[in-house]
Ligand binder design. Structure first.
Ligand code: ATP
Ligand code: MG
Length: 391
């Protein structure tokens, strides 16, 4: 059996709600194990979550994708000797030497020891522990000590009441908040690079994401399905179920009206409005409180603040845009890191409805004029359902 120590960050600050967040987190870790066919026992003690399992490596690979986990370490446990209340320092040094050897430490690689005590009654201070354990490792491996961050290996020691943990690895997790600890959102998922990253960032903040895609071809739908599958690798506590609608069907009535009014330049703006209005309806039906898009300011010529105002005007749900201030390179790096990059760049699906000169600086007054002229031509997709039915 092996033991994993799971660290969480922000949740520790949650005051009265801490117990709620931690319950969700432990539940999501258990779901993650189950989803990956792994056995393990998960429990909480003090500020840490522990996971005991016979399958340490596969568990590390899976649990490092559970939102809320900041980092994890497989640990060796040094228990309390029968005759005392404190773990024996020589035993800690022996265990640490073993961890260093297994990590391949030798004369060609530097190391440092970092100790912390949550049991302040331990008879040695943290620097004393570091010095003692460091000396034992030098004697056993001949490795040089480097106290800076540049050290080739860091051996961690945590001393608690009655036991100590020794570890040589700190594996980063995604951080954030446990999935399903916040409300639901509808994420508009295109087949491109940005919107899956936006959806992932909302998952990271604990939201249950409902992905909606407006498809122009089976190939595009397939690409979005692959993206949802990639996102579902993180979906412990809420799984994403894609809703696909026909882009053409949703857009056709508006396109006809725009053509009639010679306002084709507004196509992209109305297209976005129609998608958002439809997504808002879905959100209401599914108990979601907000919409999410992958807009990033200025990334394409049409992503101006003016256009965003026009696109958002009258939409009945708040529209969250987690990428709004990010650079393209930052978004690409994140896409690679979370595993959506490949599916996003499989093929680029150019929009069949793109007009010759799409508006880049649309104005709300003009939108309202246009909407008023559209009234006579029938229904009014693209504004709120209530508004259009009331006319
Ligand atoms: P992405 O990389 O996500 O495709 P983009 O930079 O290409 O975004 P736009 O095409 O202007 O930008 O789309 C802005 C946002 O509108 C997208 O991030 C997405 O949230 C939503 N969106 C665009 N097309 C679709 C679609 N076919 N289905 C669902 N949502 C879409
Ligand atoms: Mg796109």
């Amino acid at each position: 059996m092996g033991l994993l120590l799971l660290r969480y960050g922000e949740i520790a600050l949650k005051g009265q709600n801490r117990a709620f967040f931690l319950r969700k987190l432990r539940r999501n870790v258990r779901r993650c194990l189950k989803a990956n066919g792994l056995e393990g026992e998960v429990w909480q003690e003090g500020q840490r979550i522990y996971l005991e399992t016979g399958e340490v490596r596969p568990a590390v690979e899976a649990v490092k994708r559970v939102f809320g986990i900041v980092s994890l370490s497989p640990v060796q446990v040094v228990g309390t000797p029968a005759d005392g209340t404190h773990p024996n320092l020589a035993a800690i040094a022996r265990e640490a030497t073993g961890v260093a050897r297994r990590a391949g430490l030798g004369p060609a690689r530097s190391f440092r020891v970092r100790a912390r005590r949550s049991d302040k009654s331990y008879p040695y201070t943290s620097p004393q522990v570091e010095e003692e354990v460091g000396a034992a490792i030098v004697a056993a491996t001949g490795a040089p000590v480097d106290l800076s961050k540049e050290a080739g290996l860091e051996i961690g020691i945590e001393i608690q009441t009655g036991r100590a943990f020794v570890f040589g690895e700190v594996i980063p997790g995604p951080g954030g908040l446990p999935l399903s600890s916040q409300g639901r959102v509808v994420a508009l998922l295109s087949s491109g690079l940005d919107s899956p990253v936006a959806a992932w960032l909302m998952m990271k903040r604990g939201c249950g994401v409902i992905p909606v895609h407006f498809s122009t071809s089976p190939a595009q739908t397939e690409q979005v399905e692959a993206l949802v599958e990639a996102l579902n690798r993180y979906a412990y506590g809420w799984s994403l179920k894609l809703i696909t609608l026909s882009h053409e069907e949703v857009l056709a009535p508006v396109l006809a009206q725009l053509r009639e009014l010679h306002a084709e330049r507004w196509t992209c703006l109305f297209c976005k409005r129609v998608m958002l209005a439809k997504a808002a309806e879905i959100a209401t039906d599914m108990g979601a409180s907000a919409l999410v898009t992958g807009d990033s300011l200025g990334q394409v010529a049409s992503q101006t603040v003016m256009n965003l105002e026009v696109i958002s005007h009258g939409i009945e749900k708040p529209i969250l845009r987690p990428l709004i201030g990010m650079d393209k390179t930052e978004i690409m790096d994140l896409a690679r890191q979370i595993g959506t990059y490949q599916a996003s760049t499989q093929a680029s699906h150019t929009c069949p409805f793109l007009p010759d000169h799409p508006l880049t600086q649309a104005r709300v007054e003009k939108l309202e004029e246009l909407l008023a002229r559209m009234e006579g031509t029938g229904g009014l997709p693209g504004t709120s359902k209530k508004g259009s039915q009331g006319r």
